[in-house]
Design a protein around this ligand. Structure first.
Ligand SMILES: [Zn+2]
Length: 277
């Protein structure tokens, strides 16, 4: 499932390849995604230029001319690829190419999503902050608002597991299961520990490791487990650097103890029972 580093990697690539292009035509093959794509989507998006590409949490924001923004969420298995003449689309099943934006240089942005949990929504740029998907999101983990003091305050009197709090988008936006596991391993904190029992020093560790892990993952183009692909159809490379995620029963890289997996908040949580407390 794409998290912040995957969406940020995608944003940077699309910024290079698609900014300044104009959408000359659009086609929808399957409108039933997480929400059904609006009836007037094609009419409203055609003719607009791609001015900028931003990101908020796991949402990609394509800033279009005429004060419209295309809000994109990749869901569980979505990809937004920029397909030019040299694009190898062999691994993309055309049956799952749900939406296609033709650009003025003959290339196309294609949204492919086998499980159809993604989102494609055109919104008025002036109303972006109040749109349901973005309203109430916590600070971006890579920005200054996410710092030791903030995290320490946010965890006080909270009995929820620290890992669930890190994945709560109202506390911090964009961290999902993979990176929450990886961050807590580096902090030597068990995922199931009550958030209120995090010390001030540990809040500092979590803040700094969060920034480091996410920055490294962005540099590696994200993590691919199953479906994630970047704008050129390539997988992310961070999987090779994972310390605990997906490694149940395999020896901890730090101490050799088998990695454990425990379900927390319906998600598999991986940790080393010796290194993490
Ligand atoms: Zn260990």
């Amino acid at each position: 499932m794409p998290e912040l580093p995957e969406v940020e990697s995608l944003r940077r690539m699309l910024l290079e390849s698609a900014r300044g292009r104009k959408i000359v035509a659009a086609a929808i093959r399957e409108p039933r995604l997480r929400r059904t794509v609006a009836d007037d989507f094609i009419r409203k998006i055609t003719g607009r230029g791609i001015d900028a590409i931003d990101r908020r949490a796991k949402y990609l924001l394509l800033r279009l001319s005429g004060a419209a923004t295309l809000l994109v969420h990749l869901g569980m298995s979505g990809s937004l690829t920029h397909r030019g003449k040299d694009f190898a689309d062999l691994e993309f099943d055309p049956a799952h190419d749900h939406l296609r934006l033709e650009l003025d240089d003959g290339s196309a942005l294609v949204y492919n999503d086998p499980r159809r949990f993604g989102l494609m929504k055109l919104v008025d740029s002036f109303e972006l902050d109040s749109v349901q998907e973005l309203r109430g999101l916590g600070p971006e983990p890579l920005e200054d608002g996410f710092n030791p003091g903030y995290l320490f305050r946010a965890t006080r009197r909270r009995r929820a597991a620290i890992k669930n709090l890190l994945m709560d988008q109202r506390i911090v936006a964009g961290i999902g299961n993979i990176y929450a596991c990886e961050i807590l391993f580096r902090c030597r904190i068990r995922p199931g520990r009550a958030a209120g029992r995090i010390t001030r020093r540990e809040a500092g560790l979590i803040a700094s490791h969060t920034k480091r892990v996410l920055a490294n993952a962005i540099g590696d183009g994200g993590t691919t487990f199953r479906n994630y692909r970047d704008s050129r159809g390539q997988p992310g490379r961070f999987a090779a650097r994972l310390q605990v995620y997906g490694r149940e029963d395999q020896p901890c890289y730090a101490c050799g103890t088998p990695i454990k997996c425990r379900v927390l908040g319906q998600r598999s949580s991986f940790y080393c029972p010796k290194c993490q407390h």
